[in-house]
Ligand binder design. Structure first.
Ligand code: MN
Length: 239
């Protein structure tokens, strides 16, 4: 594995500098920027970011929850969850990832790169999550370092974006709140199709609630669901 680290030494150093954090285990940082398309293409067996992403998702959720309850001590649980899910959405986290220039570090296959894979919201968000998951593991499963780094870079911006309502709305949770009020039930999502080549799939999802049916398209299932939820939400609101 050390010869692999050697190959990516500059990238790793530059990202550590950017984060203001030096990894004890550089393999963790390398894994956090490695997409599985790169692993398939690379000559040596290296881990991808998927497990770190899974963990980082929870790490960011905790950090954001802390910021919210401190900053908005009078907000109710429903309001807090709605803001939190808008913050930890692909749409918003991918913006924060761009702030860190994470697209310059991501390792993806040549095919993905040609298709501008590093600009995809879902990929940027995944890597952002994975980097925070990696810092969490590297600092012996302590939230302190990830929290410190997140606060340093994003706290002021986050609070400002919430206050000025500049966070992309999370239509799935908005729709759910609305349909629970009106119909006493939640929308159902169903994957209709996933078309196109592996690196450039387009997903179509149907959202169904009572007699309302809408379709949404996107580069990920989540993106398609959000799009379908938005259509349904606007429909309900206009009726
Ligand atoms: Mn993700």
């Amino acid at each position: 594995m050390n010869d692999v680290l050697d190959v990516f030494k500059d990238k790793i150093q530059s990202l550590e500098y950017k984060l203001g954090y030096t990894f004890k285990n550089k393999n963790l940082l390398l894994a956090s920027i490695t997409h599985r398309s790169f692993v398939a293409e690379y000559s040596k067996k290296i881990p991808d970011y998927e497990v770190l992403e899974f963990l980082g998702d929870a790490v960011l959720s905790l950090i954001v929850s802390e910021i919210l309850i401190k900053e908005f001590p009078r907000a109710r649980e429903g309001e807090l969850s709605q803001i939190r899910s808008a913050v930890i959405s692909e749409a918003y986290l991918s913006k924060l990832a761009k702030d860190l220039n994470l697209h310059d570090y991501i390792l993806i296959s040549k095919g993905e790169r040609i298709q501008k894979g590093t600009e995809r919201e879902s990929l940027l968000c995944d890597v952002f999550e994975a980097v925070f998951g990696a810092i969490y593991i590297d600092s012996d499963f302590s939230i302190e370092k990830p929290r410190e780094i997140f606060l340093k870079y994003f706290k002021d911006r986050l609070i400002n974006d919430i206050k000025t309502e500049s966070i992309p709305k999370d239509f799935k949770s908005l729709l759910q709140i609305e349909t629970q009020k009106i119909y006493g039930s939640v929308p159902q999502y169903r994957l209709i199709s996933a078309e196109g080549p592996e690196h450039d799939k387009v997903f179509t999802v149907e959202c169904k609630i009572d007699s309302i049916k809408t379709l949404g398209k996107g580069k990920s299932k989540k993106e398609a669901e959000t799009q379908a939820a938005k259509e349904a939400y606007l429909k309900i609101k206009s009726e």
